[in-house]
Design a protein around this ligand. Structure first.
Ligand code: DX5
Ligand code: ZN
Length: 219
């Protein structure tokens, strides 16, 4: 079983020392940076926007994995393209029709940026079926989006297993990513179901020794 990539979420980093925090992550070998963008409308919390991404992407050469937890991703995705996003994931629940979803997927792809769709814990994974041949990444939420430090919800495991099987049976290429409540226990559970990327915030940023906690994941 391969070790999933870690996409470290800066949502729970110490914003007063963000540069040092990202350097710490980079020095232990983390390659993906996860940006949890929240508008206080799609989710009951406000986080940060494109200017933060722009400053970071000018300083660090990491894979900028942008997660838009916002009500109008079609209106704002270009700000994140310009700010240096390598991948932009929006929520299926934030759009009203399949046409809107396909249209936004194509707009993001046109910018040579990877495109992902995320689903909340209560959204049926089968609602993704019309889009799986079009996208580069599926983000399965294992917590209700909006806050870091929540408890992992096991129903994410069934979705990961379904997506992994479907991908093999249909020779599709999308990466499977999971987000929320990932620690050294849930990381291994998700890896056993075929996940490719794990978003991790508090388990690493709130740990006494980030390097040790990271090594515990990879054991
Ligand atoms: C929820 C956020 C969090 C964050 C990771 O909207 O997307 O899941 O990335 O938070 P932790 O790792 O602290 O659960
Ligand atoms: Zn996220």
């Amino acid at each position: 079983m391969k070790n999933p990539l870690v996409s470290i979420s800066i949502l729970n980093a110490n914003f007063l020392n963000l540069e040092q925090e990202i350097k710490k992550a980079q020095n232990i070998g983390i390659k993906w940076l996860h940006f949890d963008v929240m508008d206080g409308h799609f989710v009951p919390n406000i986080s940060f926007g494109a200017p933060i991404l722009s400053s970071i992407s000018q300083k660090f050469k990491l894979f900028n994995d942008v997660h838009l937890m916002i009500s109008d991703p079609a209106k704002y995705y270009m700000d994140f393209v310009k700010a240096g996003a390598d991948s932009i994931t929006f929520h299926l629940e934030s759009l009203k029709s399949e046409d809107e979803v396909v249209n936004l997927v194509n707009l993001i792809k046109k910018e040579n940026v990877k495109v992902g769709i995320s689903i909340k814990p209560n959204t049926d994974v089968k609602q993704l079926l019309p889009f799986l041949n079009l996208i580069d990444l599926v983000l399965v939420m294992s917590v209700e989006p909006g806050f870091g430090g929540q408890k992992f919800m096991d129903n994410a495991l069934d979705k990961i297993e379904f997506l992994s099987k479907y991908k093999d049976e249909n020779s599709l290429q999308y990466l499977i990513e999971v987000d929320g409540g990932i620690n050294n226990i849930t990381y291994k559970k998700c890896a056993s179901k075929g996940v490719d990327v794990c978003v991790i915030g508090s388990y690493l940023f709130k740990s006494e020794d980030m390097k040790k906690s990271y090594e515990l994941l990879m054991e």
